[in-house]
Write a protein that binds this ligand. Structure first.
Ligand SMILES: Cc1ncc(COP(=O)(O)O)c(C=O)c1O
Length: 418
């Protein structure tokens, strides 16, 4: 039986949170309730001492430090248990188990995601990951031969490849605008898009946060594009879960999401959003006769019900902490890391200089004489710490992506090793 470490501190417990009650338990039908009833304090500051109890909700192997959240987040025990319970349910009684899980997804997960991230229920469909959502938004956009689409040089392969497919298959002209690393200013990013478009440009496709942690001025880009009648397709894989987010408010037409990174949901979860007013710009490959009311973006077929239902537990967890506090904590940790990196000879930080240009949790940097590819296994061997390389855009960078459960002590160990 999986158990969370108990850190029942007697210190001021003014704000109590029952993770499973308000999160997963309240949102799952009877019989699928994770039995984690541990009370956790709502942190009062971004300091490590106030996050100790939250840290205890994760079952990471003792001695290991995990700083590769931008690749895959580490779900808390309540999420692990929710997946377990869901599989138990469809294994013990497949008919009713499946029904209950479908109901939980329809009645709890979709409304929970919509409420947390500022969409309507009928504007999102669940996917296995951001890659699937990116593929869907790219292939579903109505375009004709000769139309032009602008992407950036910082796209993830999951964002780039569907456009290469459309270029080859449909004769779409895909142009990549060069964006430097680090970003220099919001207006520089906007100017680069502005000077690349032409009268043939029908859509722009770019990251909200890149895999290297660069934060784009998405609202400004979406507003500018809308004024020009250009559709905006956004890769939100690295953005969602790092800070409060209202997708409607961003103003984009489509948004692709990973839930297994910063939202801490089970691996194999994401969603695809299309703004209701923009539906007629898209045609689902899954439905030959879609309508504006029923665009048919959700493919038919059996889904990974237990995994999807467990998204609920992850939402319960992050919503109880609060995304504003997640952002504050992630900033606190990455600022600590950046301060330390600035003291090391030969280190160049490639993350934007100011908070509006770099995401809270991901930091990239180069160190003279240290190959990024070699640094990843080296840090595992030397200090049992998992980081990632970022050898892209002509850089030989290391990526460190820290989430709420990391600590300044872990960061100090990495800085010493560097
Ligand atoms: C910017 C960006 N987009 C898309 C993806 C793909 O995400 P997923 O693994 O959920 O398909 C990643 C993964 O790291 C990413 O960093």
């Amino acid at each position: 039986m999986l158990k969370a470490k108990s850190t029942k501190s007697n210190t001021s417990r003014r704000t109590f949170i029952k993770v499973s009650l308000a999160g997963a338990a309240a949102w799952l039908p009877d019989g699928l309730i994770p039995d984690l009833l541990e009370e956790i304090n709502k942190p009062k500051s971004p300091n490590d001492k106030d996050w100790k109890q939250i840290r205890s909700q994760f079952i990471l192997k003792k001695g290991v430090t995990y700083m590769n959240n931008a690749s895959l987040g580490m779900p808390p025990l309540s999420v692990v248990q929710a997946v377990h319970k869901g599989y138990e349910a469809i294994s013990k009684e497949p008919l009713h188990g499946k029904h209950d899980l479908q109901e939980a997804i329809r009645e709890r997960v979709i409304p929970g995601l919509a409420e947390t991230f500022g969409t309507n229920d009928d504007e999102i469909v669940l996917t296995r990951n951001a890659s699937e959502a990116l593929h869907l938004q790219t292939t579903a956009l109505k375009l004709k031969k000769g139309d032009e689409v602008i992407i950036t040089t910082q796209e993830h392969p999951a964002g780039l490849r569907p456009w290469m497919f459309r270029q080859k298959q449909d004769g779409i002209n895909v142009k990549a605008v060069f964006i430097p690393s680090p970003l220099t200013s919001e207006s520089d990013v906007l100017d680069r898009f502005n000077s690349t478009i032409s009268p043939l440009t029908k859509a722009i496709s770019f990251c909200h946060v890149t895999r290297g942690g660069h934060l784009y001025p998405i609202k400004k880009i979406a507003t500018w594009a809308r004024e020009k009648g250009i559709v905006t397709l956004v890769d939100g894989a690295q953005a969602i879960g790092q800070f409060p987010l209202n997708i409607h408010d961003l103003g984009c037409d489509a948004y692709a999401v990973s839930l297994h990174k910063w939202v801490l949901a089970p691996a194999g979860t994401g969603f695809f959003y299309v703004r209701k007013e923009s539906r007629d710009r898209f045609q689902s490959p899954f439905d030959p006769n879609p309508s504006t009311d029923a665009p048919g973006f959700d493919p038919p077929g059996t889904k990974d019900f237990p995994t999807r239902a467990a998204i609920n537990a992850a939402l319960g967890f992050i919503n109880h902490i609060g995304l504003d506090q997640v952002e504050e904590r992630c900033r606190y940790l990455s600022d600590h890391l950046k301060d330390g990196l600035r003291q090391i000879d030969g280190v160049t930080i490639l993350s934007g200089n100011t908070h509006n240009l770099s995401a809270p949790g991901s930091t990239i940097f180069e160190k003279e004489g240290l190959d990024a590819m070699a640094a990843v296994p080296l840090m595992e061997q030397k200090i049992n710490t998992h980081i990632d390389e970022h050898q892209r855009d002509g850089h030989n960078a290391i990526r460190v992506s820290t989430h709420i459960y990391n600590t300044t002590a872990e960061i100090n160990r990495l800085l010493n090793a560097l």
